[in-house]
Design a protein. Structure first.
Length: 157
């Protein structure tokens, strides 16, 4: 599903370049769980930004679910990101003015999923994450753990 070959990223520095990723080769199969670990400054966030299609200023080969990412234009990259990528941030980035169910529904609206299908998918996730009783609450009314569950549900929707 994810294949990186000789991926590199650098920033210009007076008199040269600072490399944050150098010759990264990586294969992640569908359904595989991967942890990214390393000391501060090792390039973890840079790698995740490349994988998450949030950074397109890199060199090398990146294939995501059979699509060569480096050959995509901005619109194509955004469409692929909407369809294939879900991020759970350290700070959950839930939308404060939206209820739990609306926070889950929003990514589906961006993908033009029909309303009936959106409602069914949101209901399924609310049930799977055992937060049905919280669906009409705002993020500020949830505990940190409940906010995290909503963020995870939104990432997998």
């Amino acid at each position: 599903m994810i294949h990186l070959e000789k991926v590199e990223k650098s920033y210009p520095l007076e008199g040269g370049r600072t490399w944050v990723l150098r010759n990264v080769d990586l294969d992640i199969a569908e359904g595989e769980f991967v942890s990214v670990m390393g000391p501060s400054g090792a390039g973890k966030s840079s790698l995740l930004n490349v994988l998450g299609l949030m950074d397109h200023d890199w060199q090398g080969a990146y294939t995501l679910d059979g699509v060569e990412v480096g050959k995509l234009n901005g619109k194509q990259r955004q469409a692929l990101q909407r369809e294939k990528i879900g991020f759970i941030f350290q700070h959950y980035h839930l939308i404060d003015d939206l209820k739990v169910w609306e926070n889950l529904d929003l990514p589906l609206q961006y993908r033009d999923v029909p309303a009936k299908e959106r409602a069914a998918r949101v209901a399924d996730l609310l049930d799977r994450f055992q937060i049905v009783g919280k669906k009409d609450l705002f993020p500020s009314q949830l505990s940190g753990g409940q906010q995290q569950l909503v963020a995870v549900a939104r990432a997998v929707i």
